[in-house]
Design a protein around this ligand. Structure first.
Ligand code: SF4
Length: 317
């Protein structure tokens, strides 16, 4: 089998990681590379394992998303579903399976196959049952709001109108496009065409962060332009805040699109400075020590890679 190549890439979440902590970007893109191999170093193996780690809020989002997409698919086939059925059929079994996997610890031998939650790994949960109850309640609320408030707006979209979007679950490389020679990952949750119009929805099971989410969806607009030839004025964006039952619908102006492109170019440029000879094609990172630890150690309490940085952070005091 041909050897896998670590290609330079950019995404909104990679840029956020890089902004918060250079070292986090190093671990998640370079330090973990090859960590799945038998001959990998202990550090590579640990970085790979930690890179695959999830957390309860991520799990909550996945469970809610799986359930609402199932509701939508059932609806498209003419089968009405209520929130309890979606919870019991899709979200609850998913959540139970992942939680059990994380507790049992099989991820130690196969981090890609089995879920490991940061809360279990770093033992940060004071009351496990209460945490599960809280997540369950929020997912159920998200499903109910989806059925009441979102489905009436998108229920007439047929599968034939939808864009096929590659996700980690569909296998292979996930959804991306090439912009100015750089591979950009962008994975919209739900996108479809009505005539020349492109409508893109993103599900949010967590908190409202309007500015951040507007920026994220600007990238999806660029995806629609580059990959599907859409015109900016024909692109309609919706951030669906499922827990609150609110939607943020918007279009973006040429100026906003220019700002989004500039942000991306600046971020790509800064990341490139951390590569040997600034060579994105070779994509060889500078030594780990050149990727600074975060300036705000509050970021470390929420970070998967704490185990790998702990000694250095302790040295810094
Ligand atoms: S533990 Fe702290 S310093 Fe280390 S990668 Fe995470 S945020 Fe950065």
């Amino acid at each position: 089998m041909a050897e896998l190549k670590n290609t330079f890439s950019w995404s909104f979440s990679a840029a956020e990681d890089f902004e918060q902590c250079r070292r986090r970007r190093y671990w998640s893109k370079y330090g973990m590379w090859g960590g799945w191999g038998r001959n990998a170093s202990p550090e590579q193996k640990t970085a790979y394992r930690l890179c695959k780690m999830d957390n309860r809020w991520g799990l909550m989002g996945q469970a809610a998303e799986n359930a609402i997409m199932w509701v939508l698919r059932q609806h498209q086939q003419g089968i009405p579903v209520d929130a309890d059925t979606a919870w019991n059929t899709i979200a609850r079994p998913f959540l139970s399976k992942k939680w059990k996997e994380s507790s049992e610890g099989n991820w130690r031998s196969s981090p890609k196959q089995f879920c490991c939650l940061r809360e279990h790994y770093y033992k940060t949960l004071e009351n496990e049952n209460e945490a599960k109850r809280q997540i369950a309640a929020q997912i159920q609320n998200c499903i109910a709001n989806f059925i009441d408030k979102v489905l009436p707006r998108i229920g007439t979209v047929s599968p034939g109108q939808e864009f096929q979007i590659a996700t980690p679950e569909t296998g292979g490389d996930v959804e991306h496009f090439i912009y100015e020679g750089v591979k950009i990952y962008a994975i919209p949750d739900f996108a479809y065409k009505i005539g020349d119009q492109v409508h893109i929805h993103d599900w949010k099971a967590g908190k409202i962060k309007a500015d951040q989410h507007r920026q994220q969806l600007s990238l999806y607009a660029l995806w629609a332009i580059v990959k599907h030839g859409a015109k900016l004025e024909d692109i309609f964006l919706y951030v669906e805040y499922l827990n609150e039952g609110q939607v943020l619908p918007f279009q973006i102006s040429e100026e906003e699109m220019d700002a989004a492109k500039a942000l991306m170019s600046d971020s790509v440029g800064e990341m490139t400075e951390y590569l040997v000879d600034n060579d994105r094609a070779a994509n060889v990172p500078l030594p780990k020590e050149e990727w600074e630890l975060t300036y705000d150690t509050a970021n470390c309490s929420q970070c998967n890679f704490y185990e790998l940085c702990k000694a250095e952070l302790d040295e810094q005091g």
